[in-house]
Design a protein around this ligand. Sequence first.
Ligand code: SF4
Length: 575
Amino acid sequence: MADKIFRVNMTDLTTAIEDVPADWAGHGGRGLTSTIVAAEVIPTCHPLGPNNKLVFAPGLLSGTVAANSGRLSIGAKSPLTGTIKESNAGGTAAQLLARAGCKAMIIEGLPKEDKWYSLALTPDGVTISEETELIGKGNFEVVETLSKRIEGKFGVVTIGQAGEMKLTSANVSIKDPDGGIRSNGRGGLGAVMGSKKIKFITIDPKGGKVDIADPDKFKAANRIFAKALIDHPVSQALGQYGTNVLVNIINESGGLPTRNFTQGQFEGHESISGETMHDTIEQRGGKVKHNCHPGCVIQCSQVYNDADGKKLTSGFEYESIWAMGADCCVEDLDRIAEADRIMDDIGIDTIETSVAMGVAMEAGVLPFGDGAGICRILKEEIAKGTGLGRIIGSGAGAVGRAYGVTRVPVVKNQAIPAYDPRAIKGIGITYATSTQGADHTMGYTIATNILNVGGKVDPLTKEGQVELSRNLQIATAAIDSTGMCLFIAFAALDDEKCLPALIDLINARFNLSLTGDDIVNLGKYILKTERAFNIAAGFNSADDRLPEFFYNEELPPHNVVFDFTGEEIDTFWDF
Ligand code: SF4
């Protein structure tokens, strides 16, 4: 079926199906959300006001059998950063949207009445209904209740209490194949959905399928592509230990931010490591390997059970474990898993919220190492919307401002994730220059700085870092447009057959003849489009800097600072 644009106007509660404009046709995922936001959103608008739009776009390959192609991009102007934003996650929604013939769904306007709504998307269009029963409920209850309320197989996109309260760390959450939750976590897009008074969206493709222009070529390319992913050693490590394989590796490198970014190594690293997690999962009858959407061949997710063998959480990521573990000095993996589950339920970004907890610990709100205190604040303060809960739920920058803390690890008001930019300098360039605030996934230099994938650039020296970050940010923007999980990048960097196979998949899907240069140009176009939006919103190169303390405070054990000049950072944009 031909792809369409589904448009929802929440002001007059109308919906429409539109043809895809010619200059949007070649885009998907992040490329499409950023193109639409740049074309239709006033850059200076209030992110929670009537002029912001929330855009959902499956990737170019979503809905097909291409391995790892089930990521859903969501875009808007971010209430956390004030920049353009794209956040992507797995779950079943992207594949089902694509099969429903939805190239993108654009939600605009704010309701006139103080009521909550749900949306139901099928190939025939979107239906808006008033919702009362699930307002104030967490994500798990939303998913469970809908599975009883609605027959058949369908996807769910939802917000928890954080999104309803329009907290700037709120996720948009997506049901995964097992009824769990995957999070479009960064940038507070759940608050934008909450501002539009939409509690949840269901997606039913009614048996629809994605058309493939050349099925034989597609199948052949997918075989090569999937084999390259499966054979890569980093994929295999991810399948065994999850992304949490990185705790011991990054600790060894001296770049594991600890105790609110005052040390580069954590004494308790073994107790929260991927190896410990793996053994605990096996002892308790959980699942070491698990996928966040059908068709993933890497399977970095897992099911982590409690001591009684009952599922506690899944999609238990390195960045979440680091943030509650090393950054907040909590050594109890069960307590971290409990907090992870609560955050998934409330629908709040685990990175932003945990880094905010670290800043709150420095302010004396609770002691470092107090995992029980973190869980109490999540349940009793954030979920209930108390004053403290709203401050912490508004992110690390908000906590720093409220309590007068100067060591606040944010760029463009978004929390810096799990890699200290003083000891791993390439990732510092990514944090500084990303169009979306500090985000490791925008240009994951850890691959080359630490894991020796695609060559080696010494993490402790400045040489080659700007170029490395630039090349990875361009490639990532293109990958984020395909619907592919970012973890295909390891094989794409190392295996000469992987990237051509990915391009063949796109060509076979749409009957195109794209080359590698076209993919690079796509990535450059996306970055420039996003930057132009930010400049029009009032950002300039002075915003492409790390917080002052990274330049002044040496990080043990290497005793290094982030020593790039502003002029050196600005050369990132020389392309
Ligand atoms: S590798 Fe992990 S994040 Fe990527 S698609 Fe598979 S389970 Fe999801």
